[in-house]
Design a binder for this molecule. Structure first.
Ligand code: NAD
Length: 342
């Protein structure tokens, strides 16, 4: 039987998760909840998705714009097993009592406080811990990127300590009012940044410190990560570990000419839907290994990296698949994530 899923909040993350759910043969996308009438509401209808609104008051605006509404969020909650909440940070917490009332399982996003859910989630790090839970929170894009590289290496060698500098995109492409537009802003000025704390919601014992700056770009985040491992490794070991891990792409700058986010996104424009890169991209040429210390640059496409994690989270809490690698493989196959851009 397919698990019945709905998405509340059809924005940057919600629209991507909705389409990803629709591609799963073990899930059914019952509907999406839109609050405001905008271009993506028309696009959702054009894609054949069923629109619901938070309240019947909201639906009047949709009907005025000629958009068919199938009911309210409450109507939808009566028809589903899992709700993916992709509303703006903090709004999911407000909806939680309603979700609980209807007895649906919940997947929240990284903008919510960790307490919103029983556990924070990353597919590679703690899939088994959340099987059958009532609610999970998929951690933010930056945290997902950090956890991908840490847990990839942790599968083979103990990771004792992580230090990372996050060079954060100022805004998503559609966010015209956010900045900075001409500054490199310490984010926040007082170290450390909150990302380390967020990583520890999944790996509570990890020694990790993060700094962050926000820069005037919308394409992607870049991280400089330094990991101290439990034993000495070679550069070849690290490349081979990363190369054999799902959802990680290794790019060689010398061979491809790609030296940053613009080059990467340009390739994705040619080969990917919406130029999404849900994989973590590691620049091979940036990998330095000195005994137990590994340093590298990695790229996080903020709009899409959490999408496959949301699909695995649905599968884990529904108890449909107990093997993380099998869920990851199924999700990645359905989304065309082949760990290669060409
Ligand atoms: P967004 O603003 O693009 O989308 C949110 C959507 O929710 C909008 O369509 C908005 O109209 C709708 N909405 C607002 N109030 C609502 C309500 N009361 N009921 C139903 N819908 C409502 O936001 P986003 O970037 O998709 O972020 C969603 C969540 O995902 C946040 O927790 C955010 O922190 C997290 N996240 C965002 C990114 C990113 O880079 N954009 C990456 C990872 C995680």
């Amino acid at each position: 039987m397919r698990v019945r899923v709905a998405v509340n909040g059809y924005g940057t993350i919600g629209k991507r998760v909705a389409l990803a759910v629709a591609r799963q043969d073990d899930m059914e996308l019952v509907g999406v909840v839109k609050k405001s009438v905008d271009a993506s509401a028309f696009q959702a209808v054009a894609l054949g998705l069923k629109l619901y609104t938070p309240t019947s008051e909201d639906s009047k605006l949709f009907e005025k714009a000629g958009l068919k509404v199938y009911g309210t969020l409450q109507d939808l909650l009566g028809k589903i097993d899992v709700i993916v909440d992709a509303t703006p940070g903090g709004v999911g917490q407000q909806y939680k009592p309603l979700y609980e009332k209807f007895g649906v399982k919940q997947v929240y996003q990284g903008g919510e406080r960790p307490e919103v859910a029983e556990a924070s989630f990353n597919s590679l790090c703690n899939y088994k811990d959340v099987i059958g839970r009532k609610s999970v929170r998929v951690v933010s894009c930056n945290t997902t990127g950090l956890l991908r590289v840490i847990c990839a290496i942790k599968r083979y060698v103990d990771v004792e300590r992580v230090r990372a500098v996050i060079i954060r995109r100022a805004a998503d492409p559609k966010e015209v009012k956010r900045g900075p537009i001409n500054s490199i802003e310490l984010d926040p000025p007082r170290a450390p940044s909150h990302h380390a704390k967020d990583v520890r919601t999944v790996l509570p014992d990890l020694d990790i410190v993060t700094y962050a700056v926000a820069v005037p770009t919308t394409l992607a985040h870049v991280h400089h990560v330094t990991l101290r491992l439990g034993k000495s490794v070679s550069r070849e070991d690290i490349i081979s570990i990363l190369d054999s891990t799902p959802r990680i792409i290794i790019i060689n700058s010398e061979r491809t000419g790609i030296t940053g986010t613009a080059g990467l996104i340009e390739v994705a424009r040619d080969v990917r839907l919406r130029y999404d890169i849900p994989e973590l991209v590691v620049f091979e040429d940036s990998i330095l290994v000195d005994d137990r210390e590994v340093m590298l640059f990695q790229v996080v496409h903020q709009e899409s990296i959490v999408v496959p994690e949301n699909i695995d989270a649905i599968r884990a809490i529904s108890g449909m698949e107990v093997d993380p690698l099998k869920s990851i493989e199924k999700t990645d196959l359905s989304l065309g994530l082949t760990r290669k851009l060409w």
